[in-house]
Design a binder for this molecule. Structure first.
Ligand code: 4NP
Length: 153
């Protein structure tokens, strides 16, 4: 079982989508998935309505998810930790105690070859359109991650 954690700031917009999208592309018997936020403001909350909607428009249900905060234990519980932006990267890597833990953390868009984007922008204070763009970016990244996971097994 390979364990993959998606991380953003609030765990209500981007990482729940990343979790849901990747879940739709992998075998759940072989891959364990979860998501978390570096911040605690939304712990216990459903994903943002706009993330739920964009996922639904694309045939994905993320309403089973509830936000939680990233913790040090996640370094031991997960093999791969994908973060959405450089702020998340800094926040998560600063909690790592060993090189092995630090090396588990990756900017999610780094898996997409030739993309001009390095970060998944925070869509929280914007409109619907931002969520469509985030979905598009994450869909492309998750295609690549699903492929990588298949080759690892
Ligand atoms: P996320 O978006 O990190 O993609 O879940 C955000 C959600 C909430 C806040 C910031 C970003 N907030 O400041 O409450």
């Amino acid at each position: 079982m390979i364990k993959v954690l998606m991380v953003c700031l609030g765990n209500i917009c981007r990482s729940p989508l990343a979790e849901g999208i990747l879940r739709s592309k992998v075998d759940s018997d072989k891959i364990f998935l979860d998501s978390a936020g570096t911040g605690a403001w939304h712990v216990g909350h459903l994903p943002d309505k706009r993330s739920i909607e964009v996922a639904k428009r694309n045939g994905i249900d993320i309403t089973y998810q509830r936000a939680r905060q990233f913790s040090e234990d996640d370094f031991d519980s997960f093999d791969l930790i994908y973060v959405m932006d450089k702020e998340n990267l800094k926040a998560v890597q600063s909690m790592a105690l060993t090189k092995e833990q630090r090396d588990k953390v990756h900017l999610i868009l780094d898996v997409v070859k030739g993309t001009k984007y390095r970060e998944v922008p925070d869509p929280y204070y914007g409109g619907e359109q931002g969520f469509d763009f985030v979905f598009q970016l994450l869909n492309e990244a998750c295609d690549q991650i699903a492929n990588n996971l298949l080759n690892e097994k």
